[in-house]
Design a protein around this ligand. Structure first.
Ligand code: ADP
Ligand code: ZN
Ligand code: ZN
Length: 803
């Protein structure tokens, strides 16, 4: 086995295959599939993944691997195979499939260096350069730039004297700290305490400390606790009583905190019924997908915890996915509280180094559970017993760049390999999942009520058009204002929710709720501040913002959208005595800010928590008795067939924040379209009816879950080229699919131009097209070959966002 097949870090059509390399003698038997290696590629040195070992190759003259980057594989056999699957399903380059499975820290970093072309050769270089290259020295490209000697270098490179090389570097280092431990046995140590000179009091204290704590201690801890200086320790090291040494430590983002341990709760009858089939599936090593459908507060998390308990007892491992914004300290507490150090946490708030360390805990099998956002689905466990996806309807489980995977699909694929269950949990399942449960592809488990049968909060819809008609121009309805005041007097807390994702700027009449739609497409026109225009992102229709509402002639027709900052200002005017915490991207940017703000709110340091969707999840404080949604409509008018579903999910989610404990909760939803079914049904928390209504619409318009989608997006600086290329693709796809498929396009993307590149798309709706994958791959191959033309083509199979 002296040949290794390597997937190289060059994401391009021509290099999207394994290349064979010879393994140098000294590494035969060491280099294994799943390891990262440095290989020569053209004139460069780059990173690659070994995917296979073999004894012969079709290629005659093989180049040698330069060196391995790992001591043991970073990808196990299962993940290597999963990479192939991912490549086929998402039509991505193989290198992307492997890179996405690893923490960013393991992605190669390249440094550009200049060195002698013939190392060891004696060459006459300009005197200015001579010194850099003596004894085979190398020069950093960045340094050369700073010194302004690049032209000189280029001349010598053209002569063939110098060459430019790319050196592969690791991104993060393992972290080391200084530790101290006794170097003599306990008796000798005690003796030393007695015999140390009286004038060395500090040294005596340190020895005394080690006599009482006979084990290694981090130097810093020692310094902090005993107020010793480095010289005291040094003196003791010189006396051969202590040893100082370096030790690798994990950057543990939660290390400084202790988690109060919790015990499994006695399950209620309905919890017991729900968990039964999951436990059976774990016990019998049977793959099955469960949809755990239960309102917020119905005890889903407790079911996750107890299922994981079972998995751990069986000697297996668990992956828990939580949407990024729901991965709050509270959520982490619940898992760390139950399983302590057996839990690793992966989310974007961690530094690259911290993520790498958490990942290594998983790789070294030091933990049994990983709780993390989307990419944690690739945790390198090798004996998975359950995969749980909480809030399974969340769109953040879909990655919007290559590889465009959905964590749910990856979860099911891995669970099939390990013969274990997948549990999808939600109060508002995605239509896709609920439909699958209806068809018995997934097994439906329901938790019909909240713990202790707490009532769901009462929800009131406020018609903001009415408010305006009666002269209230504030963003707060009179009702909401009264209730906020009432809570302030009662010293209870309120949450105000502003939907910013629906920041898409549409034009709406504040008198009658009329939204300006495209005459051809039945989709809202998007407002463009520059030159005050409205545009249709589907057909390109344009028009100026009207001065009066075409429906009721009111002049209050305008661009819609408010920022949290503005709401905060207005709150300050109408309720000056209220203490407000604002949570949005601006106030939570710094590390730990999110947690600190939430803690402040929990500790009663504020009366009102004002925020964007980042507060819609996970908040579970006893003193919250009022939730206000300032404008429920913003998301409804996004140019997206899932707009109603998302609105429904979000409103249900937000409403669930109130009255989760003893105090009853109330919810106020302000809207300009109170009659819209997604708002009305969210207020009634009636998922089942919403599902039925929405399914009818999806069926009518050939959308998922009745049809699958595939989206081809084409971009180019030249509009004509984009249109004609997209047209060709549309025709090609049409010629290859059955007449049951719907092929739409070419049409401008919702975002028709990014970075001066025009974007067009082709949308394919289909039920069963066995050759579609191949057809799409052909398109990619054709156009990636053609990269010189400047055309960029991306294909999203099962897109979540159609922009
Ligand atoms: P969900 O995940 O569906 O929102 P949780 O699991 O968070 O629901 O449960 C809501 C609340 O009820 C939590 O405070 C939880 O500790 C509590 N709880 C859950 N199960 C039980 C049980 N069997 N007995 C007592 N309390 C429970
Ligand atoms: Zn109007
Ligand atoms: Zn249109």
């Amino acid at each position: 086995m002296e040949i290794a097949s390597v997937i190289v870090d060059v994401p391009a059509k021509q290099t999207d295959r394994a290349f064979d390399y010879l393994i140098p003698e000294q590494w035969r038997g060491t280099i294994q599939p799943g390891m990262r290696v440095i290989v020569p590629f053209g004139p460069r040195h780059i990173q690659g993944f070994v995917v296979e070992l073999k004894t012969d190759s079709d290629v005659n003259k093989l180049r040698e691997i330069i060196e391995p980057m790992d001591l043991k594989p970073v990808l196990n056999d299962e993940l290597l195979e999963l990479g192939t699957w991912l490549t086929e399903k998402t039509l991505c380059f193989k290198i992307f499939a492997y890179q996405v499975m690893l923490p960013a820290a393991l992605k190669a970093k390249y440094e550009k260096k200049v060195r002698l072309a013939n190392r060891g050769a004696v060459i006459e270089l300009p005197s200015k350069l001579q010194a850099f290259f003596e004894n085979d020295g190398e020069l950093d490209w960045d340094e050369a730039l700073k010194m302004g000697i690049v032209p000189l270098l280029q001349r010598e490179a053209a002569n063939g004297h110098l060459e430019v090389v790319y050196v592969v570097k690791e991104r993060v280092r393992k972290k080391h700290r200084k530790f101290v431990r006794p170097s003599v046995n306990l008796n000798q140590l005690k003796e030393a305490v007695e015999t140390i000179p009286a004038n060395a009091e500090k040294q005596r204290q340190v020895l005394q400390f080690f006599a009482e704590n006979y084990h290694e201690v981090e130097l810093k801890t020692l310094a902090d606790e005993l107020k010793t200086s480095g010289s005291t320790i040094k003196a003791l090291v010189e006396k051969n009583l202590l040893i100082e040494f370096d030790k690798e430590v994990y950057r543990d983002p939660y290390g400084h905190r202790t988690f109060e341990r919790t015990k499994p709760l006695l399950l209620t009858d309905s919890q017991q019924q729900a968990i039964g089939p999951v436990l059976r599936s774990i016990e019998q090593d049977q793959h099955e997908v469960f949809l755990l459908y239960g309102v917020t507060g119905s005890g889903k998390t407790e079911i996750y915890l107890q299922s994981i308990q079972e998995v751990i007892e069986k000697g297996q491992e668990a992956i828990v996915l939580v949407p990024e914004i729901a991965l709050t300290p509270q959520m982490v507490n619940r898992f760390k509280g139950r399983f302590g150090d057996l839990v690793a946490v992966l989310h974007s708030g961690l530094s690259a180094g911290e993520k790498y360390d958490e990942w290594r805990k998983i790789q070294r099998k030091e933990v049994k559970v990983v709780v993390g956002a989307r990419s944690a689905i690739f945790a390198p466990f090798e004996n998975i017993g359950i995969i749980i996806i909480d809030e399974e309807h969340e769109t953040s489980y879909k990655q919007e760049e290559m590889p465009r995977y959905h964590a749910r699909d990856v979860a099911i694929e891995r669970a099939k390999t390990y013969n274990c269950p997948v549990v999808l949990g939600s109060a508002t399942p995605s239509l896709e999942s609920f439909a699958r449960a209806q068809k018995k592809v997934y097994q439906l488990l329901s938790l019909p009520s909240r713990m202790n049968n707490q009532k769901l909060p009462s929800v009131e819809i406020i018609d903001m058009r009415e408010e305006l008609r009666e002269g209230n121009r504030s963003m707060f309805s009179r009702k909401l204002f009264e209730m906020l005041k009432d809570r302030l007097e009662k010293k209870q807390q309120s949450v105000l929710f502003l939907n910013k994702r629906g920041h898409s700027s549409f034009i709406m009449c504040r008198d009658c709720g009329y939204v300006v739609n495209c005459p051809n497409c039945d989709i809202s026109l998007t407002y463009h501040r520059v030159n005050e225009q409205m545009k249709c992102h589907y057909c390109g229709y344009e028009s100026y913002v009207p001065n009066n509402c075409p429906e009721c002639n009111s002049e209050y027709i305008r661009y819609f959208g408010t920022g949290t900052q503005k709401v905060e200002e207005e709150l300050g005017k109408i309720l000056p005595e209220a203490r407000v915490i604002r949570m949005d991207v601006d106030t939570t940017g710094r590390k730990g800010a999110h947690e600190r703000l939430l803690n402040d709110f929990k500790d009663g340091k504020a009366d009102i928590l004002l925020g964007t969707q980042m507060i819609a999840k996970g908040l579970d404080f006893p003193n919250i008795t009022l939730v206000g949604v300032l404008s429920a409509d913003t998301m409804l008018h996004l140019p997206d067939f899932r707009a109603s579903e998302k609105t429904f999910q979000l409103l249900t989610q937000v409403s669930g924040r109130a009255g989760r404990h003893q105090l009853p909760g109330e919810v106020v939803i302000q809207t300009y379209t109170p009659e819209h079914y997604s708002i009305e049904l969210a207020a009634r928390q009636d998922y089942d009816l919403f599902y039925q209504r929405e399914m009818l619409i999806r069926k009518l318009h050939h959308y998922p879950p009745f049809y699958y989608l595939a989206l081809i997006t084409v971009s180019h600086e030249n509009l004509l080229q984009v249109v004609s290329a997209t047209e060709k693709m549309v025709n090609f796809v049409r010629s290859k699919v059955s007449d049951k498929a719907v092929v739409l396009g070419p049409a401008a993307s919702s975002i028709p131009r990014i970075n001066n590149r025009y974007r067009y798309q082709c949308l394919i709706k289909y039920k069963r097209e066995p050759y579609l994958g191949k057809t799409l791959k052909t398109i990619l191959d054709q156009y990636q070959k053609d990269a010189k033309s400047g055309l960029l083509v991306s294909i999203d199979v099962n897109p979540v966002i159609l922009m």
